[in-house]
Design a protein around this ligand. Structure first.
Ligand code: GLU
Length: 453
């Protein structure tokens, strides 16, 4: 059987790392099985859907490395939903109901008072044609509910194993609103049938929906596809990540300078039994990833873990991998510079600082938390006087500081730190032995002189 999966965002906001997880898991499943990945915009809620989000979602997926095999939009398929709804109406599985929101709320209050579950009582099924005509003459428009079966619905979930939903605890779901617009619960099924979707892989917030939707598949005369519900991402406090968390939007992460493979790898690998390791390309994940690796408990997103994974991703780049990007950033100082600084970068963008510092002629200001004492300044003068003649190489730093140690009696931090901050403007960073020959005699002398004064 050829595999077809879909990622079906509603374009009502930007993607965050939790949505990206769903998209990536689907995409990897398609890759691993030689299948198709459809990007489908569930845009029937015309009041909240925005074209700018359609474009933003496409761009965010592309940045993550996901190229859909096909794209679809629900608003282009409205006539298909009408046809399918007619079919359900003829089979008496879709029925009109006229209660207002207030009337429904009153019913629920009465049920709660009697300690009954707040399930819709199907009063609308008792309405005669005359009743309906009278209600419509009052100006009421019906919403349409799907008549659920009473037997429990069960399926073998690709992540959660055997699942059963007790349908008697659910209200018949509304599939068509009073204003005639469809709810995604329904349109999604029509699409999944028409597009030949074989696996519906989505977050576990949809488990109850699945009970309802399997019923809709059956009512339309089609066997439901396989379902798999992955765990959801939670923040450090265990709370759900919501679309409002701007900093964890894919756009926010991109703008903060994270590598797409690091974001993608973390989004997929947290909350699984697999180790969180850097990848060069997200398709590598398809080789290891399996739905059965997803754990049942929530996946805890820790920003520090993303920082660590991002740094390891950057450390894995050779100069050839990044020279084009460095050039665009104005941070291409050549291969030797890359080799000197790359293992100290948290983000690729940090290379800009080191390139400017090593190749520029400005005197780097001291870091804010560092003050040089009068003694340190005298020491910098001595260091300036002791600068070895060029050519400099990887041994120069050691020779220079060994000499200073003997001459001044300084050691450890007192020996190295004033030199590091004067030459680089930072109290930590790449090996000075590698940086010194790149900074060179003239810049080194200028900086020592400036900070000694
Ligand atoms: N538009 C729905 C959502 O974003 C799709 C759910 C599904 O994948 O079926 O929640």
């Amino acid at each position: 059987m050829s595999v077809t999966v879909r990622f079906a965002p509603s374009p009502t906001g930007r993607l965050h790392i939790g949505n990206a997880r769903t998209a990536l898991i689907n995409w990897l499943y398609a890759k691993a099985n030689g299948g198709r990945f459809i990007l489908r915009f569930d845009d029937t809620d015309t009041e909240r859907s925005r074209e700018e989000y359609v474009e933003a979602i496409r761009a965010d997926l592309a940045w993550l490395g996901i190229v859909p095999d096909e794209e679809a939009r629900q608003t282009h398929r409205l006539s298909r939903y009408d046809e399918a709804a007619e079919k359900l109406k003829k089979a008496a599985r879709l029925y009109p109901a006229y209660e207002t929101a207030e009337e429904l709320e009153r019913k629920r209050m009465r049920q709660r008072a009697r300690r009954l579950p707040p399930v819709y009582d199907r009063a609308a099924l008792q309405l005669s044609d005359e009743d309906k005509a009278a209600l419509e003459a009052e100006g009421r428009q019906p919403h349409w509910r799907f008549l659920l079966e009473s037997e429990p619905v069960a399926w073998e979930d690709g992540v959660r194993g055997h699942q059963t939903i007790d349908m008697s605890s659910l209200s018949d779901p509304v599939l068509i609103r009073e204003n005639g617009t469809f709810l995604y619960t329904f349109t999604s099924i029509v699409d999944d049938i028409d597009m030949g979707v074989t696996h519906i892989i989505r977050g576990e917030d949809h488990v109850t929906n699945t009970g309802v939707q399997i019923g809709i598949f059956r009512a339309l005369g089609v066997e439901a596809p396989r379902f798999a519900h992955h765990n959801l991402l939670v923040d450090a406090k265990g709370e759900a990540l919501s679309k409002r968390l701007g900093s964890l939007s894919i756009q926010g992460l991109r703008e903060a300078g994270y590598e797409p493979q690091a974001v993608a790898a973390l989004a997929v690998l947290i909350g699984t039994s697999l180790p969180v390791e850097p990848v060069r390309d997200i398709s590598e994940l398809a080789e290891h990833f399996d739905l059965s690796a997803i754990s049942r408990s929530p996946a805890r997103f820790d920003p520090a873990e993303l920082d660590g994974l991002n740094a390891r991703t950057v450390h894995g780049y050779s100069y050839r991998d990044v020279m084009g990007r460095l050039a665009v950033m104005g941070a291409d100082g050549g291969e030797t510079l890359w080799d000197a600084v790359s293992q100290n970068l948290g983000k690729l963008g940090d290379a800009g600082y080191w390139c400017a510092t090593v190749t520029g002629t400005d005197i780097p200001p001291l870091p804010e938390d560092i003050d040089l004492t009068g003694d340190d300044r005298t020491y910098l003068k001595a260091a300036l006087a002791a600068l070895p003649p060029e050519p400099w190489d990887g041994e120069t730093w050691k020779a220079w500081t060994d000499g200073l140690k003997q001459a001044t009696g300084r050691k450890g931090r007192g020996l190295f730190m004033p030199l590091r901050v004067a030459l680089t403007g930072r109290s930590s960073g790449p090996e000075m032995a590698a940086l010194l020959p790149l900074i060179g005699n003239s810049r080194t002398a200028d900086r020592l002189r400036a900070h000694a004064a």
